[in-house]
Design a binder for this molecule. Structure first.
Ligand code: ADP
Ligand code: AMP
Length: 220
């Protein structure tokens, strides 16, 4: 089963992804994480993506889709993928739907994390992430703090703030979400994708429980 984890920046997609990926035994694919990996490695793709990411704009659709199509054909993705941060434009949704139908896969289930804009900026500016890629644990300075300031509870790694999680870029990312990404949800509903609407304002564990229960009902 393919699952699209949908919602604005800061909605809690990355926070919930590990639990869903474990429950369904499908790999978690975050297009943002893939771009950050390329940025760090200094690849051509990273160089291309850097300006867009720093400004809080979207990387062009064809570039993103090539990367996703490559990922979809890897062995571990044959039984489904958990998409996080993709599709982010109607064009990306169309490209994905074409690929899935050509390859005999259904539309996938959409998990829509509903969170009002007013709480997204503080979530983004307070986000911290473990520097170790093999860990990547996520924290929040206020809502989900580590035991020791600046240090990952799981692996002892240093906690970093993303460059695009400053207030100005976060506000721009929310504008981009409103104009280019929010319409994707309507498009998916129109194209008969099953949508599980989740209240993303609840505590992290409660959101995870709601998603798990909801997905059980879909797969039953
Ligand atoms: P996204 O991947 O959707 O951009 P994240 O999962 O990284 O968002 O969450 C953004 C920030 O909000 C993180 O610092 C995370 O710890 C925090 N967060 C996530 N879910 C919740 C929640 N339900 N309540 C409070 N804070 C949350
Ligand atoms: P995220 O980690 O999902 O917050 O994404 C960080 C940044 O990566 C975004 O602000 C975009 O610049 C870029 N990005 C990630 N996913 C996509 C996508 N599906 N389409 C276009 N740009 C993306």
């Amino acid at each position: 089963m393919d699952v699209i984890l949908f919602g604005p920046p800061g909605a809690g997609k990355g926070t919930q992804a590990g639990r869903i990926s474990d429950a369904l035994s499908i790999p978690h694919v975050s297009t943002g994480d893939i771009f950050r990996y390329h940025l760090k490695q200094g690849t051509d793709l990273g160089t291309l993506a850097r300006g867009y990411m720093d400004r809080g704009e979207l990387v062009p659709d064809e570039v993103v889709f090539k990367l996703v199509a490559d990922r979809l054909t890897q062995d571990d993705a044959l039984g489904g993928i958990l998409f996080d941060g993709f599709p982010r434009t109607v064009r990306q949704a169309e490209l994905l739907a074409d690929w899935l139908s050509t390859n005999g896969r259904g539309t996938g289930v959409v998990v829509n994390l509903d969170v009002p804009e007013s709480i997204l900026v503080p979530r983004l500016t307070g986000r911290r992430t473990c520097e170790n890629k093999s860990c990547g644990a996520g924290y929040h300075l206020v809502f989900s703090p580590p035991v020791a300031h600046g240090v990952c509870d799981r692996c002892g790694g240093k906690l970093l703030q993303r460059k695009d999680d400053n207030e100005e870029t976060a506000l721009n990312r929310l504008d981009v979400y409103r104009s280019q990404t929010a319409p994707v949800l309507a498009w998916l509903r129109q194209h008969d994708a099953p949508v599980l609407d989740i209240d993303g304002t609840k505590a992290i564990d409660a959101v995870g429980n709601d998603i798990e229960e909801g997905l059980k009902a879909f797969s039953a």
